[in-house]
Design a protein around this ligand. Structure first.
Ligand SMILES: [Zn+2]
Length: 101
């Protein structure tokens, strides 16, 4: 199958980012020119911290999340991206300001 047809089919699968849950697209462009929602290979445990290329350590993330996460722990970053961080802080600290009514 031609490459463009493969990409067309893959884009129809609608793969979501492991952090933010947003839909991703495949991009042939150089990394600097890829859109923020371009699909990238993500190491949950950073390679600089000893993370390997095994399947338990690999996930798919959008370019924005992959670049923004930096050295943050993957689970903490997921919580942050999904807007659940305040809920954790409120649960952990009775002195934390409460949101909402
Ligand atoms: Zn994302």
């Amino acid at each position: 199958m031609a490459d463009h047809m493969t990409r067309h089919v893959q884009n129809r699968i609608k793969i979501r980012c492991c952090y933010c849950g947003g839909l991703m697209v495949l991009s042939d462009k150089p990394p600097r020119k890829q859109p923020p929602n371009a699909e990238t290979m993500e190491h949950l445990r950073r390679r600089s911290e000893g993370g390997r290329n095994n399947r338990d350590n690999i996930a798919l993330a959008c370019k924005r999340c992959n670049e923004e996460r930096g050295g943050m722990d993957w689970l903490l970053y997921t919580t942050y991206r999904r807007g659940e961080l305040w809920e954790l802080i409120e649960c952990a600290s009775p002195c934390a300001p409460r949101r909402g009514p």
